[in-house]
Design a protein around this ligand. Structure first.
Ligand code: FAD
Length: 234
């Protein structure tokens, strides 16, 4: 089996499974027709449909060499709208992977604080899958995850499994219940900061989400004693 050798050449992939995450966000499990795919957690692909265009989308699956990988994206425009009209068995095209990915080597043997906002950011799941595949290489993992409403929480069907992993703590928050069942925190993701257990010594922070969120996450963490050098933005 050949690997994807030319990152600029589009490769055909079949939609193997479509998972509805939120009203406007789906996860697509794709299977490359011919070649296997090798990527780092945090890298992205260019996803395209001929005659429509292409969009950058982060890979959200475990970074193990395989013909299969997954992408989570919101329906926001030309390409994503067109792909939302496709069904399992239909074909799309991918180029890549691109980008440096998360600096995983920086978290070996250290605690990780992961601050995530919104539903357009699947790369943190790829990072978690990487850590879970090789759990003893990393310290405690504390995940703070915030969305507008409970229905906007992506991968909600996996959250209890994440919580059951050794040394993993998941704190979730929503801005408003919006009439849905929710018995966890309410407020912006930064309103979870008083509950953070990760200490600034010997830890690393990764954050992904809207730019405005990452800005305030950085500022608030610096007030809590974390240094700029240990905070990585997506
Ligand atoms: C490295 C990287 C990784 C990414 N990963 C993800 C991911 O994992 N998941 C995800 O959901 N997104 C991700 N994105 C964002 C995604 O690439 C964009 O949302 C992309 O534009 C979607 O393509 P599209 O053709 O569907 O939308 P587009 O047609 O490009 O529209 C995108 C936005 O621009 C607006 N727009 C379009 N045309 C106009 C116009 N003429 N005037 C004004 N506004 C306009 C649309 O209303 C929409 O809000 C990522 C982006 C980058 C750079």
């Amino acid at each position: 089996m050949k690997e994807m050798d030319n990152p600029y050449a589009p490769n055909m992939a079949v939609i193997k499974e479509i998972i509805k995450e939120t009203p406007d966000t789906n996860t697509y499990v794709l299977c490359l027709k011919e070649k296997k795919f090798n990527f780092r957690a945090g890298q992205f692909v260019m996803l395209s449909l001929f005659g429509v265009g292409e969009a950058a989308i982060s890979i959200c699956s475990a970074p193990a060499p395989s013909k299969e990988f997954a992408l989570t994206f919101r329906k926001v425009g030309m390409v994503t709208d067109a792909i939302f009209n496709l069904k399992e068995g239909d074909k799309v095209w991918v180029r890549g992977p691109y980008g440096n990915g998360w600096p995983i080597e920086k978290i070996e043997g250290k605690d990780l604080l992961l601050v995530v906002g919104g539903c357009g950011c699947g790369s943190f799941r790829s990072l978690l899958m990487h850590i879970f595949m090789d759990r003893e290489r990393y310290g405690n993992v504390e995940i703070l995850y915030g969305t507008r409403t409970p229905a906007d929480q992506i991968y909600a069907y996996e959250h209890e499994k994440w919580r059951s992993m050794p040394g993993v703590r998941l704190l979730r928050t929503v801005e408003k219940k919006d009439g849905q069942k929710w018995d966890e925190h309410i407020g912006l993701v930064t309103s979870l900061f008083p509950f953070i257990k990760t200490k600034p010594d010997d830890s690393v922070v990764f954050t992904c989400g809207p730019e405005i969120m990452m800005k305030f996450v950085g500022l608030e963490l610096i007030k809590k004693g974390f240094s700029e050098e240990q905070i990585y933005l997506s």
